[in-house]
Design a protein. Structure first.
Length: 124
């Protein structure tokens, strides 16, 4: 809800994403954990938040430079309007990556994949 696609610089966002991915991988104890969880919190999502260019770039980055690093991608509280967005995004994913995408409709479902202490704060 805080991301507005028209208000971002795609190159800066890409560099920030690479920085965060590299920092995360550097901090992993690969003997215990060698994959990451990406969480898209879609509470209060609107179409103005949908950034197809960035999603396409993220899919490309993960596939080209980090192909085995994605453990799971959680899409949390996706509203009905996201169904159309997913129809566009899904063909960009190969079958292995697509199998790692899970929709969690509520906190109980999200807790099946994440420690409750790591959950995003509840909405106001």
């Amino acid at each position: 809800r805080k991301h507005i696609a028209n208000d971002r610089d795609l190159d800066k966002m890409t560099k920030f994403t690479i920085y965060m991915l590299e920092l995360t991988f550097k901090r992993l104890n690969e003997d215990i954990i060698d994959t990451i969880c990406i969480l898209f919190d879609l509470r209060k999502f609107t179409l103005s938040n949908m950034d197809y260019q960035f999603v396409k770039r993220l899919v490309w980055l993960l596939g080209k430079y980090y192909p085995e690093r994605l453990g799971i991608c959680l899409i949390y509280c996706a509203p009905l309007v996201f169904t159309g967005c997913w129809t566009v995004i899904r063909p960009w994913l190969n079958e292995v990556t697509a199998s790692k995408v899970t929709f969690a409709a509520n906190e109980e479902q999200l807790c099946q994949y994440m420690n409750p202490d790591c959950l995003p704060p509840s909405e106001d």
